[in-house]
Design a protein around this ligand. Structure first.
Ligand SMILES: Nc1ncnc2c1ncn2[C@@H]1O[C@H](COP(=O)(O)OP(=O)(O)OP(=O)(O)O)[C@@H](O)[C@H]1O
Ligand SMILES: [Mg+2]
Length: 506
């Protein structure tokens, strides 16, 4: 292979099993050896792959204080330069972090058979080469033919085409500070999934859009047919689908005794043949009022709690939309929560949706799906005191969803506020810039793949850069996120633009 970039040497007790240093060859073909490049060398165990993690420029001439002093005191340094060719003393070295040993299937070194851990250092004197794109893709576990194209690998500039099965198999998270680019990245993911060849097998997508940021997808001519927007003002929960315990979840003041009472009323309505399984919350309230037996205080309290739920205008005789009909492969269904202010109402909607989706998926009534949840910390928070109605079902899907191909993508700007149980189940993480040390610590605690070293790098990422870590890739990679193909009209609006165009809506 032609791409020799240096020679391994002994430096600072290295090479050892985990690192090796090499002297960078002076090059004529302008390949700049940079931090972050993937390289390989032939070691006793096979091809040893590593990534450059440090570059040092050394110049013996400038390592002695006295020489520098005389260099600086001389009025014309060019005279000294003529006497001592200081530039020729300079050489660059790199330190490589070893990642693994690869063995090829055949002698042509094209197809990787196995990746193993290193157990022996690289050899001083051995050549170091740039890793070519084909081997890199196999080593990282990318899927160049069918993968989701999110951008390019930092420094190497290879296409980052993430294997869909590996990403969606075990749930994932998109995390960053506010304005870090999470929604932008999510829209790229959606673009990729919606425009992917249908013969590759695509899941259905359901998106809980808290701020109405994704509605523009409906205006994109190429995607129009694949986007359905559900207006939450018509959302209805089917009362006959709910047990007395579910009512208690939505109104936690209902006591155990009252739950048992409520069960009886619900059962009675279900058994009433004339209703054909259809009844409303008002029907339950009426049947409690009309009942002559039983404790009056229990009945009064129950009516109070149920009336409180009734006022949310979320409950009806049947669900709307009919969830089993709106989840389709190669399509996205966006639930627009932008006009809903009440957090309790939003949580009830998300709870009901998640429960139904998971149930319908378990019973094979809907195809495998990806459920994307924006502002996930509002729906499954870590703190025990912040009651989140939807927390338990999200934790259940996080734990068990994989077996049923129900995949979660949780998006959050406050990882610290996100349930640690859920965070630890989200196997892959797309991490953009996170500055808050508490968020970083929470992330490190819930994911063994994120070491202190990565945490430092995460805090210095810029907009448009991300770290992908976890099940989706064999080794963490940094990606320059690509531009999105379909633009939102409001994307580049500045405050000035909005102020200039503003008119009061009558
Ligand atoms: N990869 C990118 N390339 C170009 N612009 C980007 C990129 N990522 C983000 N931006 C820009 O940065 C801004 C913030 O991005 P975005 O809305 O995605 O952030 P966010 O993390 O979702 O924020 P919030 O937490 O407030 O929801 C947007 O104006 C977007 O256009
Ligand atoms: Mg956002």
């Amino acid at each position: 292979m032609p791409s020799k970039i240096g020679t391994i040497f002994n430096f600072n007790q290295l090479p050892d099993v985990s690192k090796f240093p090499f002297v960078i060859s002076k090059r004529r073909d302008k390949i700049l050896v940079k931090k972050g490049l993937f390289v390989y060398t032939k070691s006793n165990e096979g091809y040893l792959i590593g990534v450059i993690e440090q570059i040092l420029l050394l110049n013996e001439y400038f390592s002695d204080a006295l020489t520098i002093k005389s260099y600086n005191s001389n009025t014309n340094p060019n005279i000294l330069k003529g006497l001592f060719p200081s530039d020729d003393f300079e050489f660059a070295t790199a330190i490589v972090k070893c990642l693994g040993i690869i063995q090829f299937k055949n002698g042509d070194n094209k197809e990787i058979k196995a990746i193993k851990r290193m157990s022996y250092p690289a050899n001083p004197g051995a050549d170091v080469h740039l890793l070519d794109e084909n081997v890199f893709n196999q080593f990282i576990g990318l899927d160049i033919k069918r993968g989701l194209y999110l951008g390019n690998i930092k420094v190497s500039n290879f296409e980052a085409k993430i294997n869909m099965d590996r990403l969606l198999n075990k749930h994932f998270a998109i995390l960053s500070i506010s304005g870090g680019g999470k929604s932008y990245l999510t829209s790229i993911l959606i673009e990729e999934l919606l425009t992917r060849d249908t013969s590759y097998g695509n899941p259905a997508i359901i998106l809980i859009d808290v701020h109405g940021e994704y509605l523009y997808l409906k205006d994109v001519p190429k995607l129009q047919d694949k986007v359905a927007i559900q207006d939450i003002s018509y959302f209805q929960i089917a009362v006959p689908n709910l047990s007395a315990w579910t009512f208690r979840k939505y109104q936690d003041q209902i006591s155990n005794v009252q739950v048992r009472e409520l069960s009886k009323y619900i059962q009675k309505l279900k058994n009433d043949k004339g209703r054909k399984g259809k009844f409303t919350l008002q029907d339950i309230i009426d049947s409690i009022e009309n009942e002559s037996e039983g404790s009056k205080s229990t009945k009064q309290a129950l009516i109070g709690w149920l009336s409180d739920l009734h006022r949310l205008t979320l409950f009806g005789p049947q669900e709307n939309p009919f969830i089993a009909n709106i989840v389709n492969q190669n399509q996205i269904t966006i639930f627009n929560l932008a006009n809903e202010i009440s957090i309790r109402k939003k949580q009830i909607i998300v709870d009901y949706l998640c429960n139904r989706l998971f149930y319908l998926r378990r019973t094979e009534n809907i195809p495998p799906f990806l459920l994307i949840l924006e502002e996930a910390h509002q729906f499954c928070p870590e703190a025990a005191h912040s009651k989140a109605i939807s927390k338990s079902i999200i934790e259940t899907i996080a734990r068990e969803g994989r077996k049923f191909m129900a995949c979660l993508c949780l998006i959050s700007q406050r990882p610290k506020k996100l349930s640690a149980t859920v965070l630890s189940q989200l196997n892959s993480k797309m991490v953009l810039n996170i500055k808050n040390p508490y968020d970083l610590k929470h992330l490190m605690d819930s994911s063994e793949a994120i070491s202190k070293e990565y945490a430092d790098m995460i805090s210095s990422l810029g907009v448009g850069e991300m770290l992908l870590i976890g099940n989706a890739v064999n080794y963490p990679i940094f990606i320059d996120i690509r531009e999105r193909n379909f633009k939102s009209k409001i994307e580049n609006l500045s405050l000035t633009d909005v102020c200039l165009k503003w008119e009061k809506t009558s």
